[in-house]
Design a protein around this ligand. Sequence first.
Ligand code: ADP
Length: 771
Amino acid sequence: MSNTEQKLKDSEERYRELANSLPQVICEMNERGNLTFINANAYSVYGYTPDDFNKGLNAIQMVIPEDRKRAMENMKRILRRKEEDIIGDNEYTALRKDGSTFPVFIYSSPIVYKDKSVGMRSIIIDITDQKKAEQKLKDSEEKYRKQNVFLNNILESLTHPFYVINVKDYTIALANSTASSEGFEHGQYCYSLSHNNIKPCEAPCVCPLNEVKNTKKPCVVEHKHYDKEGNEQFYEIYGYPILDERGNVVQMIEYALNISDRKIAQQELKESEEKYRLISETAYDLIGVLNKKFEYEYINETAFQQILGYSSEDLLGKSALQFTHPEDISSTAKALFDGFKQGKGGAELRFKHKDGHWVWIEARGRIFFDKDRDSKAIIISRDITRRKQAERELQHERDNFLNILDSMEDGVYILNQQYDIEYVNPSLSKEFGQFEGMKCFKYFEDRNEICPRCKNREVFQGKTVRGEWFSFKNQKTYDLIDTPLKNPDGSISKLTIMRDETDKKQAEVKLKESEENLRVSNENLKKTLEELKSSNKELEQFAFIASHDLQEPLRMVSGFANLLEKRYRESLDEEAHDFIDFIIDGTTRMHNLINDLLTFSRIGTRGKVFKPTDMNVVLEATLNNIRISAIETNAIITNDPLPVIIADKSQMVQLLQNLISNAIKFHGPVPPKIHITGEVKKDEWIFTVRDNGIGIDSKNFERIFVIFQRLHKKGEFPGTGIGLTVCKRIIQLHGGKIWVESELKKGSIFHFSIPRNQNEVSTNKKVLYSN
Ligand code: ADP
């Protein structure tokens, strides 16, 4: 081999070694495409064996059938060119022996021998990774494009400023039209726009861009911006990071929410909270806030310290029920439960003071919702210990009062303003049964609603009402007194006292009847009296005329009897003289009778002029008239001082004369002893004429006062039997009575009464007659 040939061979050898060591596929082919050389890598990439190569492989087999036409055309084109024109812009899909494919990029150049293309040399590069990367890029570009469109649409639809800021230089990359309208334009610096700064904002201003850059997470910060007019505006800035492939924040989406109104409202709220806190702190009442577990979340400490001795520390976080009196826990818990349900409520309870004693408080609560929408109760309470004390005392008084009512004989009930009968005393329930707790209109009237002309309303307004009520239940009539009754809680009840007046009513009816009867009989009596009066008058006239007219013939009889005796004394015998004596005696007696009758008949018609009459003077005149008979009988007549009375003086003389004459006349064996008294007894004068005479049998006490009634024969004692009748008549005319007390042989006492008159005076004059 020549030196040149050897060199060439060496050079070829080196070329092959080089080709085999390359990671790409390198192959050579003749002008028909039959492969004349493939490097070692070609076997491993395509899966062919040296045996396959030796049997003959065509370059066209190394691409998929779809690419073969283009490959052949390109081959022809390359073969026509010169070596230096390296053609290599063709991408194909390579086909392995096993049928699998992969993308390749083929650089080809002609093999020129003696100025003629004899074949072709190709470098085949597997571009699977590059393709994948390209596809990925393409996909991601598409994704970003779509996202961009989407984002743009969103941004434009937002009414708030929305913009994207480049992290590296604080410039605006993108802005929606709202942001643009506020001056946010592409390329401007964010700090100059919203903060009027010439460089990025520094502390204390919190820059959302720095936040997002440092944390790589979204952030929310509050910012004070200035609008185009330079007015202060509060914004809530929402910043979202945009990361690059390496995870660095390259841009930030900023969304700015104008919260100026909210800020003002918050400020106002803060001020109002402060105001209420001040009010609460200075209030005298206890103000507390309880949560749903009834735990204190707030108290106005000053009032709590003052009234209950507690500081915030003592109560906050603790349940109010912990401090409630055991007897009030259930009612207080119920009030709180109901309050939370209904929105408001109240209770009265005993709350433990820090020093251990109990304080009565009245609590009123309302429910509100805090900023977390949790319901809370604000409770305002006041110390009512004094009021409770007063109520207890009032209650005690009321209990005492009820005890009194319990023991009353009259029926009593108490009605409250809701028309419930609250109390019925035993005596009323005995009569009507127990009806406590019923509505009054139901029990008394069997109605289901208030009676139309109900008088209770007047009583509830403070008026006392009296009335009468007939009960159909027991057929009795009651006198009612309805009185307003003030209760411990200030309300007014009605206290009714019912007195059974049935008997009284019946008695009233009877009284009315008997009054009527009395009136009728009075009228009858009056009529009879009138008749009697006129018949009496007639009788008196008759007696007077009779006695007067009888006098005349009597005088004639006695006159002729006397004449007869005088003239014929001598010629008449003894018997005739006796007869004449009888005639004269008879006429004398007749004369006395007629005189007495005349006196009697005159009593009613004469006198009647009642004047103050000194009975001592009367007695004196009487004694003068009877002087002779008194002397004859040795009578001793004494008297007590007698009063002055209103009477007819001459009739009084006639009265005493008859009584003293009888006392003398009916004396016994001893001389008469007569004593006269006159004394006051209640509203009348009582006179007595006492003697020591023969006395009168009690069976004749009435009889002796009847006209012409005598107890003795005419020979024993003289008289006509008219004297006591005259006395009785005189006493009757003076409105008094006459009666006798006597025992046979022991003497008699004649009593007579004369009604007293206020103007009378008693004298001390003593009349004493004795011989
Ligand atoms: P007279 O005296 O004319 O008989 P009176 O009417 O005075 O009539 O008395 C009626 C009767 O009463 C008397 O007859 C006498 O029996 C009785 N009498 C009256 N006074 C007394 C007296 N003092 N003592 C006893 N008897 C008396």
